[in-house]
Structures are given as C-alpha cells and as structure tokens.
Design a binder for this molecule. Structure first.
Ligand SMILES: *Cc1c(COP(=O)(O)O)cnc(C)c1O
Length: 360
C-alpha cells in the first residue's frame, strides 16, 4: 500500500517566526495564540474601480485569534509583562485592544482591567472581554479620557499598561510589515491603512524599514493613512476634542503615536487623508459583498481611501489595504448597512418560500 508521509508544518506564532527581529531571548516565556500569518486576499472588485493595471490585496487582520491586528502587539506585550513578573494588566480601549488583552492575559494567568467609553464599544468586542474574564468598567467620557486614567493607574500601581504606549505593542505589530513582504515576495508600492491612535501605521513602517535595513527588501512602500472625517486630528494638524465616526475603532482625537506616524508619512513620502462615514460604509459594502471580507467598520477606511485618492496612484502599482479587524464583532453595522429591515417568518411551505424569495 502506498503511504504518504506528513511533516508537521504548524505556524508557530509571530514571536517564534520573527524572533530575530524581536526583543526576546531563549528564556522569554512566550505567550501566544498562534497569531499572525493572516491571509493576503486579492481584491479584483477594488482593482476594477481603479483600473490602470493597479493590483490590490487585502491584508485580513480580522483573521487573527481575537479578530483584529491587536493580537500582534498583545502577544509581545503580555509576553514581556510575564517576563517582568507582572500579575495584572490594564488598558483603555475602543474594543479590540481589550478583547485581545483579555484573551492573552487569561492565557497567561494575569488579571486584566479594562476602562472604556460608555456606549462606544461594539457589542461583540465587549462580549469577548467578558468571555475571557476581564474586569470591565465603562466611563462617561471618550477614549482619550479613559487612556489618561489608565496611564495614571499603571504609573502608581503594579499594573502593566498594555495600550500602544507600551513599546512592545508596536514591536509585535511591525511583523505585519514583514508578512506582507514575505507573502508578496517583495514590498508593495503603497500600504493603505486606517489610522486611529496611529500605532499600526507606525508599526508597519518600522517593519518595512527593518526588512530593508536587513536586506530582505530593497525598497519600502509609501504609507497611506486614512482617518475618519469626524476624527481626523493628523489630517487637520490639531487634536479633535469631540471625535465622531461610526468607525469606533478609529474614533480618536489625540493619537498616542502621532509623532511616529508623522515621521513614517514623511520618510515614506506617503499621505494622510480623511474619508467620510458615507465613504467608509460604501467601501464596507464593497468589501463584504464583492471581495468576501467583512471588516470592522474602521477597516474599509483603507479601501475607501485608495478609491477616493486613486488619482495619486501610479499605473501598475501594487497596493496592500489593511483590513484591521473582523466585522462580526459589530453585527449592528452589518445589519444596518444591509438595508434589510426586520425579517418576519413566512409559512414553512415551498410555494410561500419561493414567493417570498421572488423565485417564481
Ligand atoms: C485599533 C484599531 C484601529 C486603529 O489602529 P491604531 O493603531 O490605533 O491607528 C483600526 N481598526 C481596528 C479594527 C482597530 O482595532
């Protein structure tokens, strides 16, 4: 009988995969949920809108273990917290950071605390933090206020802050830049990305720059960042006191990594622009219906941005649009953008079903 031999080929998680680029040693107790290695999905429907031989891929970060890119930073932040002997972690969050913190902290046996803006975190994200056993507290204030409070708590108590001011977060997140190059066999021409606290755009830039410095790639992409029109402090050049957008993950008025993002934009000769909620929702539908990727409402800002500013894309460019999180965390937006009202049952009868579906 013919036998086939399988050899183990398990993705080891991003710390293991990119160990040489990360601040870990052989003794570091790696806390991983096998994050990273997310699919780079071709997006012909977006290519058709732009034309001119432009290639578009979507880096689907919603495919990470807790459904957003935050897992890349959290595997590093929690690993380093454990290495340092910490027993508790805290964050302010618009949702995905806390979902990720809760999962990795639970895995590591650390207590976790979450302070969040009341009414502005999508249901699925809160449900995750609860499921993973985090301690939750809503405040009557926005994300920026929540961050100021948790910063103070971590400065005065033995609790590690895991917001993106924690430098290990960006170290983990930069691996997405490595992966994009590994998957394409080289760097894209443009990396398009939603911008909130601006940690992720800075982390990708760090990743691309390090890959170039080490000789894995010979050039770096332009970084194109997109903010929501009602929450666009970097575009406007000043903090926004009352940021507003349906894309709650980027509803940020005073970005933590503002200065890093400004440097990334300048060094890469990139752009930072605003897209409206209407444009975000159009891109949300396009992505979900024609590409097959339902993103967190912040995610489509990258696709909305490249179609809005297509005139600045050189012919034949390769673009990677980062979709930062999974749309299932925010079922309200999915239902509302579908335009379908309340669903009412019909009789369990073949003719009735065909009639109701318009199939006769
Ligand atoms: C955190 C987050 C963002 C914003 O990333 P920054 O690093 O804060 O710019 C965008 N989209 C989703 C889904 C997020 O969770």
């Amino acid at each position: 009988m013919q036998t086939t031999t399988l050899s183990a080929n398990r993705w080891p998680g991003l710390i293991e995969r990119y160990r040489a680029f990360l601040p870990v040693t052989a003794e570091t107790p790696v806390i991983t949920l096998m994050e990273g290695n997310t699919p780079l999905v071709p997006a012909p429907a977006v290519e058709r809108l732009i034309g001119r031989g432009v290639k578009v891929f979507v880096k689907t970060e919603g495919a990470n273990p807790t459904g957003s890119f935050k897992d890349r930073g959290m595997t590093m932040a929690i690993t380093k917290a454990v290495e340092a002997g910490s027993e508790a972690v805290i964050c302010a969050s618009t949702g995905n950071t806390s979902a990720s913190m809760a999962a990795y902290a639970g895995r590591a046996g650390l207590r976790s605390y979450l302070v969040f803006p009341h009414g502005y975190v999508a249901a699925g994200k809160l449900a995750q933090a609860l499921a993973h056993g985090s301690n939750l507290l809503p405040i009557s204030g926005n994300f920026d206020a929540a961050l100021a409070i948790v910063r103070e708590i971590s400065a005065t108590l033995p609790i590690t802050l895991v917001n993106s001011v924690n430098p290990f977060r960006l170290e983990g997140q930069k691996t997405a830049g490595f992966e994009v190059c590994d998957q394409l066999g080289g760097p894209p021409d443009i990396l398009a990305i939603p911008v909130g606290n601006a940690g992720n755009i800075s982390a990708y830039w760090k990743g691309f720059s390090e890959y170039k410095a080490k000789g894995f790639v010979d050039r770096t992409p332009q970084m194109w960042g997109f903010q929501a029109d009602g929450a666009a402090p970097i575009v406007r050049g000043e903090p926004v006191e009352n940021p507003q957008t349906i894309a709650t993950a980027i509803r940020i008025g005073k970005p933590t990594s503002w200065h890093l993002a400004t440097a990334a934009l300048a060094e890469s000769q990139g752009r930072i622009e605003a897209v409206t909620d209407g444009e975000i929702l159009e891109a949300y539908k396009l992505l979900a219906r024609e590409v097959g990727v339902v993103g967190d409402p912040a995610s489509p800002a990258s696709v909305a941005g490249i179609t809005k500013f297509a005139a600045f894309i050189p012919d034949g460019s390769t673009i990677v649009c980062v979709t930062t999180g999974h749309g299932l965390k925010d079922p309200d937006t999915a239902v509302k953008t579908s335009g379908v009202g309340e669903l009412t049952p019909v009789a369990a009868d073949l003719d009735a079903v065909k009639r109701a579906l318009g199939l006769n």
